[in-house]
Design a protein around this ligand. Sequence first.
Ligand code: CU
Length: 124
Amino acid sequence: MKSYSLPLVVTLALLVWSVAGLAQDVERSEVYPVNGIFVSYDEADHEIVVIHEEVPQVMRAMRMMLRLPEGEPAPQFTHGDKIRFGMQRRAVQGHQWFAMDLEPLPEETALVLPEKALEREGLK
Ligand SMILES: [Cu+2]
């Protein structure tokens, strides 16, 4: 019977474990807290459009469409409301970004948002 060295077995086990860990990370990223402005809600696709601030290390400030998870209630915001939400990348039909736990922000909250996107939405 062939015997395997312990270091080899440990190395292989660690390799399998880390690859599984990476796959898990792709499946669902951490939830990043984001501030922005609510633009619109598409009921048929359960998606929102927002203009959000930069998410450090993750995404620049931009106008963006995000899916809402199943079970997330239809947002009650109107065009131009300042909001806060969690942003998460999930591996669903490719990689897609989801928004969850939408909350209102006080109207006086200062946001750093791209001028072009604000102009495009008539918010400037
Ligand atoms: Cu974005």
